[in-house]
Design a protein around this ligand. Structure first.
Ligand code: ADP
Ligand code: MG
Length: 220
């Protein structure tokens, strides 16, 4: 087991991705094949089987479209942008989804301009805040706080979800690591890559009372 762990740690990102894709596609394929065989044998409850097969195919569609996003060569289009405006745009986009769960979304603090690719940085906030909304089972709030420290901007995205178990934190951002039934486990991997392109980093902290905080440090 130890040897396998060392090997998997050393596996390149490409290798991890290939293994992950194979796994993510093979499982639905196996299940679709099984249901087709049942249908071929002439079973009842056809409607149930069709529904399951369509769900499995949709899973494969989601995975393949996220992979296409990753494989696209990214070109940076960086300019000075208002950070709080970009965040407000993202909050507006996600508010309908948050409202369904009685979750409020707010941004507070400083209003610096940062040199960045607007669509990439918005994607970062979409991925993190979407996860925060998905994590929260009860009404509450998600707050984004911006502050300046030396030559950095620190952005905290705090939720009131269940938090993240200590032993899982280091797995976040590994391709295909998900705890959700319909998750792809690609959101945080993409997030980390986009942040790297901005010399920024991501820290994940446990809140004292409830939930977790995703902290981004961006050089000014
Ligand atoms: P996905 O959302 O498809 O599962 P992500 O890479 O976006 O993939 O997230 C990976 C995992 O990280 C999630 O499945 C979840 O377990 C955990 N996670 C991310 N954000 C939070 C959060 N705010 N609170 C609790 N768990 C989280
Ligand atoms: Mg996600």
């Amino acid at each position: 087991v130890e040897e396998m762990m060392i090997r998997s740690e050393k596996m390149s990102i490409a290798g991890q991705l290939a293994a992950g894709i194979a796994h993510e596609i093979r499982n639905p394929l196996t299940s679709i094949k099984g249901f087709l065989q049942l249908l071929q044998a002439g079973v009842n409850r056809k409607d149930v089987y069709y529904k399951i097969m369509i769900d499995e195919i949709e899973k494969m569609e989601t995975i393949t479209s996220e992979l296409l996003f990753i494989s696209k060569p990214l070109t940076d289009n960086k300019q000075e942008e208002s950070l709080s405006q970009m965040i407000e745009d993202v909050l507006e986009l996600l508010r309908p989804q948050a409202k369904l769960k009685n979750i409020t979304l707010d941004v507070l603090g400083e209003e610096p301009s940062i040199y960045c690719d607007k669509s990439q940085i918005k994607q970062v906030f979409i991925n993190i805040i979407k996860n925060a909304i998905e994590a929260m089972e009860e009404p509450g709030s998600i707050t984004v706080t911006i502050r300046l420290e030396d030559d950095e901007v620190i952005i905290d995205i705090a939720d009131e979800g269940p938090g993240i178990p200590e032993e899982v934190i280091h797995k976040l951002g590994e391709p295909f690591f998900t705890t959700k039934q319909h998750g792809t486990g690609l959101g945080l991997m993409i997030t980390k890559q986009l942040l790297e392109r901005h010399q920024a980093n991501l820290e994940i902290l446990q809140n004292e009372i409830k939930g977790s905080t995703f902290r981004i440090r961006l050089p000014l």
